[in-house]
Design a protein around this ligand. Sequence first.
Ligand SMILES: [Mn+2]
Length: 265
Amino acid sequence: MNKTYVIGDIHGYHDKLIAVLQAANLVTEDNHWCGDDSALWFMGDYTDRGPDGSAVIELVMRLQQEAEADGGRVIALLGNHDIQLLAAHRFRHRPSTGPGKTFLTDWQRNGGVSNDLALLNRRQIDWLSELPLMALEEDRLWIHADAQLYPEYGDSVDAVNDTFYDLLHSDDDPAWDKVLSQFSEHRAFYQQVPRVLDLLERFGGQQIIHGHTPINSVQWKPADQVTAPLVYADGLCVNVDGGMYKGGPGFVYELPPLHELVPVV
Ligand SMILES: [Mn+2]
């Protein structure tokens, strides 16, 4: 049976990413796909904060092609930092409502690394601008953030993704600005089971997989001890953000069949 793996927010930590992918036998010693027909999910936030976001983008793009050629799949979701990077590139000194007062300064204050912006090229921009904001697969709802913005942008996964595709190909900087501020929300699903059920009812799926909020900031334990996902909200939510930028090694999580996680009601 095909296996499904997921890895949380990378934030420029290319070497940590390589290490966990090699340990999971998904890439070879020289960093080529060897996951056969497995599926590997990336939850967004490829750049900012860490040293080499541009290399992370390049690696994910390449693995996507290699996996596809090998009967596997690499699925990459869009994260808010990816939108922030695109906004910094596109709008620069245009005013924002963020703390930095411009899109460029907001990005810098959120950990933007100048080299990532300098290296951002047409190929990367096109790739990032086409990433889905959410997905519904294997009866799971895959989203970057534990935040509440999603229903505002459509009634279905496809509708939301279409809205974001249009947004990221638009010059509507107030709309970009609004999205970025909405993504500053975290922990919207903690101890909020009814809210989680509402989201699942609207978009489908029995369980939410997300990143965006480092597990150590929820569990209050040292990031270097985080090597497994946080399953919470009665098993309805799985946080896979290992907090690489907080000092965590990161982890690759092989998703068990759904029935092993969700209590039968
Ligand atoms: Mn995020």
